[in-house]
Ligand binder design. Structure first.
Ligand SMILES: [Zn+2]
Length: 120
């Protein structure tokens, strides 16, 4: 990839067409298959994004009441979220403690087996 390719790749997202890149870079695109493919991808992307403006989205009828409810009860949700975090921390701590107990038990078993092996 040449320096021109790198510059074209950086500037393509900010222009409407290859002609807006300037004479030198537009001339490069005319001769570079890599940059032509990149320009084609951006043309397709712009075309599809332009098509989105024709799409009408309707919010579900429950959206506004749901938002109002959440705003009015945001303090309760924050407290509930803190409770979830505390429960997750407790679970993680107990899992770590369980792993430590298992590791200790494994070490004791290994030491016991080595001692039994050396004694034999
Ligand atoms: Zn190129």
């Amino acid at each position: 990839m040449s320096t021109n390719c790198t510059v074209v790749r950086l500037r393509l997202p900010g222009v409407d067409s290859v002609d807006d890149l300037g004479e030198r870079l537009a001339g490069h695109v005319e001769t570079c298959l890599t940059c032509q493919a990149e320009a084609a991808r951006y043309r397709t992307l712009r075309h599809r994004l332009g098509g989105l403006s024709k799409v009408t989205l309707r919010a579900p009828s429950t959206l506004v009441p749901s938002l109002v409810f959440r705003i009015e009860h945001s303090d309760e949700e924050a407290a509930s979220d803190r409770g979830v975090v505390i429960r997750r921390a407790a679970i993680a701590a107990s899992a770590a403690a369980g792993a430590a107990v298992a590791a200790t038990a494994g070490t004791i078993i290994v030491i016991g087996l080595r001692r039994a092996h050396h004694a034999a």
